[in-house]
Ligand binder design. Structure first.
Ligand code: SF4
Length: 247
């Protein structure tokens, strides 16, 4: 089966345990105002700096390329991470690729904005799931990400009751979700989360706009990118027995 990707990045240290290779899937159903991967939004092959951006590839061909790093992954305890874009938006391609990559250690990073059936299939195919949590409020999620939060919440509810090891990633966006008491709002979503390993809070970087220029796409954030981010009080997570780190 063929899929569309836009980058294979080696030596990644932030996308799971050890030293990893991250495969970026092309195409995402959301449009987060802070997205720093504009080349991952459309499934189409586009151009960046005048060069083609994106590649259609057979799962077997891609698996062969990735397996060249097997010795390296074994030595440094790493593996392969599926990112994007939204990797679960190409679920059949991902499942075939995952089956060809096993027993390598696999991670998927998802927004959770996919059908519950695809979400469960994707979660079952990897060793750790990195689940984004962008907002607790449906109106804010709709305004800033152009999606229906209830779909993400349905998948999160399932994840919390599952035995799928997972990390929650929260992008901290100034004026969007760093509102007074926001730590409690996120913590309340994670009550009773059985297989949660930790929460990672990732502050927005102003460099997000750079790639839009390279693709001749307008960057029109729904917030003030230069505003200071309200620093998280990690003790609030700790009080609820949740390990939280500022990435
Ligand atoms: S879910 Fe991720 S890839 Fe999709 S628009 Fe949002 S930040 Fe970008």
């Amino acid at each position: 089966m063929k899929g569309t990707i836009f980058e294979i990045r080696e030596f990644c240290l932030q996308d799971g345990p050890g030293v990893r290779t991250t495969v970026f899937f092309k195409g995402c159903p959301l449009r987060c105002s802070w997205c720093h991967n504009p080349e991952g939004l459309s499934r189409d092959i586009e151009t960046m700096r005048g060069q083609p951006c994106g590649r259609v590839v057979e799962a077997s061909e891609l698996a062969g390329e990735l397996h060249k790093g097997d010795d390296f992954f074994q030595r440094f305890g790493g593996g392969i991470t599926f990112s994007g874009g939204e990797p679960f938006a190409q679920i059949d391609f991902l499942l075939e690729l995952a089956s060809l990559l096993k027993p390598l250690h696999l991670v998927a990073e998802t927004s959770g904005f996919v059908s519950p059936a695809d979400y469960k299939r994707g979660a079952a195919a990897v060793d750790i799931l990195y689940q984004d949590l962008k907002h607790w409020d449906a109106d804010a999620f709709s305004t800033h990400c152009k999606g229906d939060l209830s779909l993400v919440m349905d998948n999160l509810t399932w994840l919390k009751q599952s035995n799928v090891p997972h990390v929650i990633r929260i992008p901290l966006i100034p004026g969007v979700n760093d509102l007074p008491g926001y730590e409690e709002s996120f913590v309340s979503l994670l009550n009773g989360d059985k297989a949660l390993q930790r929460v990672e809070l990732l502050p927005y970087h102003v460099t997000a706009s750079v790639k839009y220029e390279l693709m001749n796409k307008p960057y029109k954030p729904t917030f003030d990118p230069s505003a200071e981010i309200r620093k998280p009080d990690l003790d609030i997570f700790k009080q609820h027995n949740i390990q939280a780190v500022l990435a």
